[in-house]
Design a protein around this ligand. Structure first.
Ligand code: C2E
Ligand code: MG
Ligand code: MG
Ligand code: MG
Length: 269
């Protein structure tokens, strides 16, 4: 009898968990459907630095403002936006916000590169490169100050050929492409060499495991990237020891909590 009650309790908890996650999903979907996304979303910027710790770029990271939901990570709401197609609107909104911030920074005398994450779903849109150009033109921004970050997973996408067409159109405009979270997928560097990619961002997993697992992997990524003429950014640098180690390996660009967390106005003027 006790066992039965235990099971029943488990089942109730299970149902309750499903109900909670469905409710979260419904609420997030609602927020994503607002006409003015600025009501519930905002953007933070995290510095990318060189060896002298000068800020060379900012990465735009989208945030949701939904107090009733507690903390909602971008991994959670981006996945929902990708499933229901709202990623097109949200992605465009983030780019527009990032351009607005970049414009204000240029007026204040700073000109970092602004790098914006894009989902492969956005890249399936045949008008994607035109829409990007429209946003940049609206803000009178030169395209060489913009970078788009994509994970290597697009290489496994069923519409990879279309996505590569889009990549070429974007790069022809002068926009840079960064491969995000590099090393976590299965792409080979030789495959990326044939694509119009400028920069590899080494996933923070490899940086975090430098000390314990050794540096062979990071070392060989740096070696090959150098051979293929690709820049490298080490992601997730949290300690001085990691920073020093990476510099010894020849890494020149860095991002991570050691240099600055994402904030709404990292270059405050
Ligand atoms: P990502 O593009 O790889 O962004 C880096 C993530 O690592 C960010 O998490 C950042 O806050 C975190 N991070 C930076 N430095 C450190 C560090 O030193 N230590 C640790 N532990 N973490 C660090 P965040 O902001 O939670 O974003 C997660 C992911 O959500 C991003 O990963 C990106 O894939 C996605 N994302 C965020 N904003 C957007 C967006 O506007 N569009 C798209 N498509 N995806 C976005
Ligand atoms: Mg990124
Ligand atoms: Mg990353
Ligand atoms: Mg990531």
């Amino acid at each position: 009898e006790l066992k039965k009650q235990g099971r029943r309790g488990e089942l109730l908890r299970f149902n309750k968990n499903i109900a909670v996650s469905l409710e979260r999903r419904t609420l997030i979907t609602e927020l994503l459907s607002h006409k003015d996304l600025g009501e519930h979303f905002y953007v933070e910027y995290q510095p990318i630095v060189d060896s002298q710790q000068n800020i060379i770029a900012l990465e735009a990271l989208c945030r949701i403002n939904a107090p009733t939901l507690g903390s909602v990570t971008p991994d959670e709401f981006i996945a929902i936006a990708e499933e229901n197609g709202k990623i097109h609107e949200l992605g465009k909104w983030v780019l527009n916000e990032a351009c607005r911030y970049l414009t204000s920074q240029i007026s204040a005398g700073n000109s970092p590169i602004m790098s914006v994450n894009v989902s492969p779903i956005q890249m399936k849109n045949p008008r994607f490169s035109i829409e990007i150009k429209e946003v940049l033109d609206k803000h009178h921004l030169p395209s060489h100050l913009i970078a788009l970050e994509m994970t290597e997973s697009f290489l496994e996408h069923e519409e990879v050929d279309g996505i590569i067409d889009r990549l070429n159109q974007i790069v022809e405009q002068g926009i840079h492409i960064y491969i995000d979270d590099f090393g976590t997928g299965y792409s080979s560097l030789s495959r990326l060499r044939d694509l119009p990619v400028h920069t590899l961002k080494i996933d923070r997993y490899f940086i975090a495991s430098l000390e314990e697992e050794g540096d062979e992997l990071v070392d060989s990524i740096l070696y090959l990237a150098n051979k293929f003429g690709l820049d490298v950014i080490a992601e997730g640098v949290e300690t001085d020891a990691q920073f020093v180690h990476l510099q010894k390996l020849g890494c020149q660009n860095f991002q991570g909590f050691l240099f600055g967390r994402p904030t709404p106005d990292p270059l405050q003027h």
